[in-house]
Design a protein around this ligand. Structure first.
Ligand SMILES: *Cc1c(COP(=O)(O)O)cnc(C)c1O
Length: 413
């Protein structure tokens, strides 16, 4: 997308606004598919939580993706967006048995990540096959917030509990149709990932009725210059040949599944915000935009580095700025960044704003969530309206007479 296209979008729809480039999403989808082209049955299930706009879900469906969901609400969004139930996998953590039963009744694939629910579900519904989420206890990436495969992680069933798991399966007579892992958000070292895969293959041998093995996600995309990204092509080549080998050993052409979120949508997203104030203090020049962590929380929550460009003055002299929001709380997007000279009224563009940006937005400070626009075949399509005051008060119950009654009594006295 060109900067002029982005600027025109702010003129048409106002700001702040999220923009998603459909072409880039398609490119990433095809790139991942191609990396595994030697696997006969490959299934990519887009992780809805990264960006759950209905039109984005429809685009994924159109590309041939399945859907990975983590809540019953995401399941319902997927069905609404046209996914067939069998194209949806439900991979919750820590939800009630009732919610899992509700998802099962809708016909979606079920992925269970603890023995307690496995036993209860299997006893009540031995005829509904389920996938199991395994924790291989392998650290992928360095940040303990986003590496979910380690020993103290709340995710998955420990590989050390396989004997117990097998006993539950035998006693309930339930069917295990898939094995799953999702070790973390950053696959940096392919060898570590392949090592975890071996644990999955080893586990898979315990089950004779598998249809698929799901390797989760964690594909890393570059945020700033010099960032390492997962070498998808190398991973594809190595894992594909190992997977095909395993299928021969197992005696069945299984499906190789992935659940990419960030990889598909991160780089396709742009967040556009307008500079309200340029403020010079004794040590810093602040550029305050008409947004904050209510719209894009990743810098404050994860220390994420989103590149910022001044698309109103793309060839201006570069200067140092701290880019902050308008929330009454520290909400720094970037510290001391070199950005083309900023004037009040300029539009800043935040890159990598497709994944975990809008989907984590809130109404904090009673601000509206931004509009969302899809850039599709050279045209902008509004896919979510900016919120309005009505949205802020929609579910509130304004109990006026609660206090009026009290005031009346007080005045009688
Ligand atoms: C969040 C999540 C994903 C997607 O992770 P990305 O890093 O965005 O690709 C996949 N699977 C499960 C179970 C998840 O919770």
């Amino acid at each position: 997308m060109k900067y002029t296209d982005l600027l025109n979008i702010t003129k048409e729809y106002g700001n702040p606004v999220y923009v998603y480039d459909a072409e880039k999403i398609k490119f990433q989808f095809n790139r991942l598919s191609n990396a595994f082209k030697t696997v006969k049955n490959l299934k990519l299930n887009y992780a809805a939580k990264a960006l759950s706009n209905l039109t984005i879900l429809r685009l994924m469906n159109d590309l041939g993706s399945g859907l990975d969901t983590v809540s019953i609400q995401e399941v319902k969004l997927g069905l609404l967006a046209g996914f067939k139930p069998e194209e949806i996998i439900y991979t919750p953590n820590g939800v009630s048995l009732e919610e899992i039963e509700e998802a099962a009744a809708l016909g979606v694939r079920i992925n269970i990540d603890n023995l307690s629910v496995l036993e209860q579900f299997g006893s009540k519904h031995p005829d509904i096959p389920v996938c199991i989420r395994i924790n291989p206890h392998v650290m992928a990436g360095g940040n303990s917030n986003i590496s979910v495969g380690h020993i103290d992680s709340k995710f998955g069933i420990s590989i050390h509990q396989i004997p117990h798991l097998l006993r539950i399966v035998e006693l309930t007579q339930m069917t295990i149709n898939g094995i799953h892992m999702h070790t973390g958000s950053d696959i940096l070292d392919i060898e570590v990932f392949l090592y975890a895969s071996e644990i999955l293959f080893e586990t898979a041998k315990n089950f004779r009725e598998l249809d698929f093995i799901d390797f989760g996600s964690g594909f890393k995309v570059p945020y700033k210059e010099g960032d390492i990204e997962t070498n998808i092509e190398e991973l594809g080549e190595k894992l594909s040949s190992r997977f095909n080998e395993f299928c021969e050993e197992y005696g069945k052409e299984l499906t190789l599944a992935f659940e990419p979120g960030k990889f598909l949508v991160s780089e396709a997203g742009y967040f556009l915000a307008k500079v309200n104030v340029v403020k010079q203090t004794t040590s810093t020049v602040f550029a305050s935009v008409d947004s904050g962590f209510n719209h894009l929380i990743r810098p404050m929550l994860y220390g994420a580095n989103h590149q910022i460009f001044n698309i109103s003055n793309p060839v201006g002299k570069e200067r140092y700025y701290s880019v902050v929001g308008y929330i009454c709380e520290t909400d720094t997007f970037a510290n001391n960044r070199r950005i083309n000279e900023i004037s009040e009224g300029d539009v800043l563009c935040f890159k990598n704003a497709g994944a975990y940006c809008f989907s984590m937005a809130s109404n904090y400070n009673s601000r509206y969530r931004p509009a969302e626009v899809l850039w599709y075949e050279g045209k902008s399509v509004l896919i979510r309206e900016r919120e309005s005051f009505d949205d802020l008060i929609r579910n509130q119950i304004d109990v006026k007479d609660l206090f009026e009654a009290k005031n009346q009594k007080a005045s009688i006295k």
